[in-house]
Design a protein around this ligand. Structure first.
Ligand code: 13P
Length: 250
């Protein structure tokens, strides 16, 4: 059985007080045993979130990290810094990092390597833009992202990888991929993992969908056979809507 995962990417939202307030709300909720739940607050609040969630099943993820272990990289944060405050999971390759911070596939491959060297779990994001969707080459785009950033890793590293299909046109737009579009892409991703590695790795890797997931559409999207959960932006900033999404599996 593949792991069911729901991760809240808080992006650049919530200062310390707001982070604590949202965590307090979330901590009142019962997390279903079969779902792994993550929240990804801003760097400044990661340590606080980790301490606050110490005896709670919700885990903490970072939204990004630098590929180097240390050095003169003003403003950056390393894998060792994250693990030193208890954070063992990192989101890499988010389309906002690709679009606004010029992160390309080669750089992301380095980040993946660094995270794995530090025994972190990577939630690796892939997805096409609206133009690429319209041009009809979305399978090629996603395949290339995987080939150039992830498919160099060894078989033994796959238990530390979660994939997240996030079509750029569905992020923060209120427009969601239809359950059929999500399933079609997730099935494709799983099939290329199988042909590049093994059936058993493809069967085991969790593939999340992200892009305007809301309580109203989560059940249908998560009901698709190759969708193993979600990476949630806007709806993760409210405890009730996030928990409704977490409970969409139940
Ligand atoms: P929204 O849920 O706000 O569309 O964001 C999705 C996302 O980018 C999660 O990483």
């Amino acid at each position: 059985m593949r792991k069911k995962i729901v991760a809240g990417n808080w992006k650049m939202n919530n200062d310390l007080a707001e982070t604590e307030a949202l965590l307090q709300e979330l901590k009142k909720q019962v997390i279903p045993e079969q779902v792994s739940v993550f929240v990804a607050p801003a760097y400044t609040n990661l340590q606080h979130a980790f301490e606050s969630l110490r005896d709670h099943p919700i885990a903490v993820a970072a939204q990004n990290m630098h590929q180097s272990d240390h050095g003169a990289f003003t403003g950056e944060v390393s894998a060792a810094m994250l693990t030193s405050v208890g954070v063992k999971t990192v989101i890499l390759g988010h389309s906002e990092r690709r679009a606004y911070f010029a992160e390309d596939n080669a750089l992301l491959a380095e980040k993946v390597n660094t995270a794995l060297q530090h025994e972190m779990t990577v939630i690796f994001c892939i997805g096409e833009t609206l133009q690429e969707r319209k041009e009809g080459n979305y399978f090629e785009v996603v395949t290339k992202q995987l080939e150039e950033s992830v498919f160099h890793i060894s078989e033994k590293d796959w238990p530390h990888i979660v994939l997240a299909y996030e079509p750029v046109w569905a992020i923060g737009t209120g427009e969601t991929a239809s359950p059929q579009q999500a399933q079609e892409m997730h099935e494709k991703i799983r099939s290329i993992v199988a042909s590049t590695y093994t059936e058993s790795i493809a069967d085991s890797v969790s593939i999340l969908y992200g892009g305007s997931v809301k309580p109203e559409n989560a059940t249908e999207i998560f009901g698709q056979p190759d969708v193993d959960g979600g990476l949630i932006g806007g709806a993760s900033l409210n405890a009730q809507s996030f928990m409704e999404i977490v409970n969409a599996f139940v």
